[in-house]
Design a protein around this ligand. Structure first.
Ligand SMILES: [Zn+2]
Ligand SMILES: [Zn+2]
Length: 355
């Protein structure tokens, strides 16, 4: 159980300037008799701490509505001016202080009044808050509209750019040539070096050798982070207490990592054939499959080249098509198709015989 100690808050007499008066014991200045102003209570330095041992805690003081003097929670009439304390609210309490960075921040009655002022301002702003959102909301809307407009403009510009790139016109074209290529992938049954965690080493793996390796991490307790906190009790005293949070650290988790060799089918080479005319007809290459090889995937490509009749520079356009279509596009035959104005693209799916 962490220790919890109670000490006197301090206050300075504003009339005769006697410093470090005790919040609980000195309800009036012992030098000039002025009543204590509870809004100026501050936390003492360690060497100025005065312990409160036997005084029972009955709750935060009440602030007198007439003279602002602090009165014990149990009081019926003000010790300063004698007014009834019925309906009197509690004195304002200080924020909790923490020595997280190793020491408590220096505290003074000036700091106390500054803190109270900040709190009153915050409370006031909260009360008048309903007006504020509509104002900022309005300007936010205008800004949002502007940003939206800009985004729209940029999008339009981008679309226009893409549009220019895709801009096509119907053009007359003539077939000028053909090319084709066919390929057979050849795989070989080969010893491959690999590695895996022990339970994932495949059956049939050879030359298996395992060693410890870091596989993951786990969080383990690593002592605790402690700091002291000072809490204003509101009756001229404060409580100092140690607060601790558990700390954790990453600890590596080791496992067996294994290197091994395994025989597998892997891509080894490709047999290729190609041509640049309709004849001789496209044929598959001879793969010459060896003893430790097998045939893999086959692939083929058929390309037709065109020239644009109207273009003075006779730019060359190409289409990749199915073999059957490729065979039907004779050299010299004339077609109509949408052709890119700026890019050398032709819409091969929209070829129409030219009249
Ligand atoms: Zn005084
Ligand atoms: Zn009073």
């Amino acid at each position: 159980m962490p220790t919890e100690n109670r000490y006197e808050m301090l206050w300075d007499c504003s009339r005769c300037e006697t410093p470090k008066l005790l919040g609980l014991s000195h309800r009036n200045c012992p030098s000039c008799g002025s009543p204590q102003d509870p809004t100026t209570r501050y936390f003492p330095k360690d060497e100025d701490k005065v312990a409160v041992d036997d005084h029972p805690f009955v709750g935060a003081d009440k602030a007198c509505g007439g003279c602002d003097a602090p009165n014990a929670q149990t009081a019926q009439f003000c010790v300063g001016c004698g007014a009834s304390l019925e309906g009197a609210g509690p004195v304002i309490q200080r924020d909790v202080q923490s020595d997280q960075s190793g020491a408590f921040a220096a505290d003074t009655s000036k700091a106390a009044t500054a803190e109270q002022r900040a709190k009153r301002t915050a409370a006031h702003e909260e009360k008048t808050a309903p007006v504020a959102p509509s104002k900022s909301g309005g300007s936010g809307l205008v800004l949002g509209g502007l940003a939206g407009g800009l985004t729209l403009l940029i999008l339009l510009a981008m679309c226009a750019g893409i549009g220019v790139m895709l801009w096509k016109k119907e053009a007359a074209v003539a077939v000028t040539g053909h090319t084709w290529s066919r390929e057979i992938a050849v795989e070989a049954f080969t010893a491959v070096a690999d590695s895996a965690w022990k339970e994932a080493v495949p059956v049939g793996a050879r030359n298996v050798s395992c060693a410890q390796a870091e596989r993951s991490t786990t969080k383990v307790p690593d002592g605790q982070d402690c700091h002291n906190e000072r809490k204003d009790n509101g009756d001229g005293t404060f409580t100092e207490q140690q607060k601790c949070d558990p700390k954790f650290k990453d600890q590596p988790v080791y496992d067996q990592k294994c290197a091994y060799t395994q025989d597998r089918w892997v891509a080894a080479r490709a047999a290729k054939a190609a041509g640049s005319a309709l004849a001789p007809a496209p044929a598959w290459p001879t793969a010459n499959i060896g003893a430790t090889e097998r045939e893999g995937a086959r692939s083929e490509k058929y390309t037709v080249t065109f020239t644009e009749s109207a273009a003075p520079d006779g730019r060359v356009l190409t289409c990749d098509v199915a073999e059957s279509e490729w065979l039907g596009l004779a050299v010299g035959s004339r077609w109509k198709a949408p052709v890119g104005v700026l890019s050398s693209s032709i819409d091969c799916s929209a070829l129409q015989p030219a009249g």
